[in-house]
Design a binder for this molecule. Structure first.
Ligand SMILES: [Zn+2]
Ligand SMILES: [Zn+2]
Length: 892
């Protein structure tokens, strides 16, 4: 069918095409095309199935993060999956054996909340939601291999969580210790951090949440801290920001641990107790002039009593320490406060401030407060007595929960010392003044913290460079048994106990005779009981089921109590992607042969909000499995991509903001192809996407134009056989488009520009309709163009592409059709010469592609040597650029 009206326009922005009202002109109706193909695809359960490892083909494992089955996909999901799906389809067309699975992160608190609210058992609620979301995914046309679906709340999956847990217990990687939990005294249960709102219970607005010590299970991730840090350097395929976030989370710092003896009494009491340790020290000392001192008999100090251990990264400044600062929860503080009610009250206030700051996530920004305990500690380097303070910005879980405060050389210490009038003593100076340390007027601006400095006022360590001093002073402390060089990490062991119902039961038993006994492998899985009443009050729901709690000890046959805590759901997501390779395997967590073929994951795609916990736990789990001999790879993920958020009206889409766009609505109105193609087109995938419904409509109109163009020319059989200028221009455009999209897939994934390139190609084709109608394009060329246009569209709009593939008589499954190859010779752009004038005078002539736009012309001109020489040092006040004609730069 050829167009009746022809346009005289040349290839410009808005080429005309035949009016849709033309008789028998087919209409693009996604509401018909898409369900038809959905049905056909559903009838081929193997369509997206991967081939077994034994097929020996080159593999590609592309994975999107598995969702929590809330019951409704949101646009963030659609965007995430559209990216993964485009890539999977592209890799299939490139001839790879592709694994593209999907599953459900199905345990977790929302199911319990829903159970309370709707009186539906968590399992039923979860499985209903999974079914609903799976329907949505299939409607969108996502190419998932459902034969390898993984649902983490089902026993065939979580039994392996239990199996792994027991293996870790055997290896000393799972252990129990007392730990702080959030406890609501009204609920009589532990709360997750997100259930603590400004310090109050989420269900009891007026009940303050307490911190309680509870026995909890931990996984020893800290054993792998250094390896987790080191191997970040090898993850070249990860975004730098994610690697940085993980580095900060692991938080390695090199430094020294130094013990300060606690002076046993306050100064005014000393005289009355001549035999105490402070006296011993005092008597052992000569008057303490800088540089000449006799060191104390340290054994005596240590033997005399308590010590406080501080971690410092700057032991070289220890002579400048003028106080010791403890975290409010430090055990020594408890002791001091036990006999001092005023102190106890003040410490409680400091702790409250710290907790609030922690909840708000900005301990670093906290307004610093502190209180003097009335006690002193002794600096073993110079035997000075340092007042011991408690400060709200010191955290118990970082380092040792105690610091030495060196106000002259630390920002925080300086701020604190100024506020409370503590001594500020300079002990390092910039190197340049080292020759003349007597010149007081050259003191650096405080606090002075530079790494490259020299020591002063530091006894025998004076004049050392600070790096050297750090080694020597740590060695000195070690030699005298009051300290040593150490490395600390911010990373803590992973607490996995949850006093919740909807999670994996921890497979442990407690026997009075045998203590902690793991459930034997033959008794796995420990099934999560059904029909449990969820009240979220009175402790763990499993603890209220006698049939669950009461068990038999496998060692002695006597009675045993079963662990009633369940596992953190991050356990489920730490290894789920291994299970995808052999999801029905029942002799182990996965088939190791399949895993060694498919791993590492070639491309993982998900939100940056998982940059830390999920991705660190996954890396840890892989290293443990490697050490168990289960996998060969040390890292699970080769390349990671974090997509941007979907926002609308300036905010992330969320129910509370009322700015949610439902994928179902969009699909009903514009079709799945338009919705997903828009999600790729509207912004580069790594950036935030500002949702505009007009944009979806625009993409839908574009797909309509493709549909009509291909349909019009699908069965054409009249035309010349020789190349004409029009056919050459169209071929050139086609091959440039193929090149562009192929490069986008291989590089930065700027699918927005890929789709824009297809739009340009379609513009060029529509603009050439009069010439095509006049037979100026050989059939073979037109057929090649149509075929390739459909192939290029396949990763982005698979429904429409499949429909058109059928129309043009494409052979076989579109998904397995080879991706088009570009011909560099055909893609080569004609070049033209453009004069560059400066202030109206010809400067040079540059060669540019015939279609170079203003930006390209400007860039090429400014990069030209002659032009650069002429404008050197002058300001360009104006650039007159006429594409295809000339460039005139006005400079002064
Ligand atoms: Zn409560
Ligand atoms: Zn026993």
């Amino acid at each position: 069918m050829s167009p009746k009206e022809s346009s005289k326009q040349s290839a410009s922005v808005a080429p005309a095409e035949p009016s849709p009202a033309t008789p028998r002109e087919p209409r693009y109706t996604p509401s018909e095309i898409e369900p038809k193909w959905s049905e056909r695809w559903a009838a081929q359960p193997d369509l997206y199935g991967c081939e077994p490892a034994s097929a020996g083909k080159k593999k590609y494992y592309v994975l999107e993060m598995l969702p929590y089955p809330s019951g409704q996909l949101h646009m963030g999901h659609v965007r995430n999956y559209a990216i993964g799906d485009a890539l999977a389809r592209y890799m299939w067309m490139q001839g790879y054996n592709v694994l593209h699975p999907m599953g459900w992160d199905a345990f977790g608190l929302p199911a319990e909340n829903a159970a309370l609210k709707n009186n539906t058992p968590p399992r039923q609620w979860t499985l209903q939601n999974i079914a609903a979301m799976k329907r949505q995914m299939n409607r969108i046309g996502l190419s998932y291999d459902w034969r390898n679906e993984v649902t983490t709340c089902l026993p065939d999956y979580y039994r392996w969580n239990q199996w792994f847990f027991i293996r870790m217990f055997e290896r000393g990687l799972a252990y129990r210790k007392k730990s702080k939990v959030n406890w609501c005294p009204a609920c009589c249960t532990v709360l997750a951090n997100e259930q603590v709102i400004n310090g109050y219970c989420w269900r009891h607005e007026d009940v303050l949440v307490e911190q309680r010590d509870l026995e909890q299970w931990f996984l020893r991730i800290t054993n792998y801290a250094q390896e987790l840090l080191d191997e970040l350097n090898k993850l070249d395929g990860w975004p730098e920001k994610v690697r940085t976030m993980q580095r900060n989370w692991i938080g390695r710092s090199e430094g020294a641990e130094v013990e300060f003896a606690i002076a046993p009494a306050a100064p005014d009491e000393e005289q009355e107790k001549p035999k105490n340790a402070a006296e011993l020290i005092k008597s052992a000392l000569e008057p303490n002039h800088a540089g000449t001192r006799v060191l104390p008999p340290l054994e005596n100090v240590q033997a005399a009593g308590k010590k406080v251990s501080v971690f410092t990264t700057r032991i070289d400044t220890i002579y400048g320490a003028t106080s010791i600062q403890l975290a409010p929860e430090h055990p020594l503080v408890k002791e001091f406060a036990a006999s001092n009610e005023k102190l106890a009250r003040e410490v409680a206030a400091l702790l409250d401030q710290q907790k609030k700051a922690r909840e708000d996530g900005d301990v670093g920004e906290i307004e610093k407060h502190g209180v003097f305990t009335g006690h002193y500690a002794i600096n073993s380097f110079n035997n000075e007595r340092l007042p011991i303070w408690v400060a709200n910005y010191i955290l118990l879980d970082y380092g040792t929960g105690a610091i030495m405060s060196v106000p002259a050389h630390d920002e925080r210490d300086y701020e604190f010392a100024k506020k409370y009038g503590l001594e500020v003593r300079i002990v390092i100076l910039p190197r340049r003044t080292s020759e003349d340390t007597s010149r007081e007027d050259e003191e650096p601006l405080l606090p002075y913290t530079a790494e490259d400095s020299l020591l002063i006022n530091s006894g025998e360590f004076n004049t050392l460079g600070n790096q050297e001093a750090q080694h020597k002073m740590a060695a000195y402390a070690e030699e005298h048994s009051f300290g040593k060089a150490t490395v600390t990490y911010r990373l803590k062991d992973w607490g996995i106990s949850r006093q919740r119902y909807w999670g994996t039961p921890i497979p442990m038993l407690y026997c009075e005779k045998d203590g902690i006994v793991p459930v034997p492998d033959s008794q796995l899985p420990v099934l999560l009981p059904e029909n449990v009443e969820i009240t979220q009050e009175g402790g763990s729901p499993l603890g209220k089921i006698p049939e669950f709690v009461n068990a038999t000890c496998p060692k002695c046959g006597g009675p045993a109590r079963r662990e009633t805590d369940t596992m953190d759901t991050f356990v489920d997501s730490s290894w789920y992607f291994y299970r995808y390779t052999s999801a029905r395997y029942d002799k182990g967590p996965f088939d190791t042969a399949a895993v060694s073929y498919w791993f590492p994951i070639d491309q993982y795609i998900g939100g940056v909000e998982h940059a830390i916990l999920h991705l660190i736990y996954s890396r840890f789990w892989t290293k443990v499995m490697r050490d168990m001999g289960l996998v060969k790879n040390s890292e699970p993920i080769e390349r990671l991509f974090t997509q941007g958020m979907v926002i609308r009206n300036g905010a992330k889409m969320s129910k509370s903001k009322g700015n949610v766009v439902s994928p179902d609505d969009m699909i009903a109105r514009y079709g799945a192809d338009a919705t997903r193609a828009y999600a790729l087109f509207a912004a580069p995938p790594d950036r935030d996407l500002d949702w505009q419904e007009d944009g979806v409509a625009g993409v839908s109109r574009f797909l309509g134009r493709v549909f009509r163009f291909v349909t019009r020319h699908a069965n054409r059989t009249a035309g010349v056989n020789n190349a004409t200028p029009t056919s050459q221009a169209l071929q050139r455009k086609l091959h440039q488009t193929i090149r562009k999209i192929t490069e986008d897939f291989g590089g930065r994934w700027h699918f927005n520009t890929s789709i824009a390139a297809i739009m340009e190609l379609v513009n060029a084709l529509t603009a050439a309709e009069p010439q095509i109608a006049a037979g100026e394009v050989p059939d073979a060329v037109l057929a090649e163009i149509l075929r390739n246009l459909v192939l290029l569209l396949a990763p982005f709009a698979p429904y429409l592409a499949s429909e058109l593939w059928e129309q043009i008589g494409g052979k076989g499954e579109l998904l397995r059709a080879p991706w088009p190859k570009f011909d560099e010779a055909l893609a080569k752009e004609d070049e033209i010469e453009i004069p560059v004038q400066i202030n109206g005078k010809l400067c040079n002539v540059i060669r540019v592609p015939a279609n170079a736009d203003e930006d390209m012309l400007r860039d090429t001109a400014l990069a030209d040597e002659k032009v650069q020489a002429r404008i050197a040092g002058r300001e360009i006040v104006k650039a007159i650029i006429v594409p295809g004609k000339l460039i005139n730069l006005v400079v002064k």
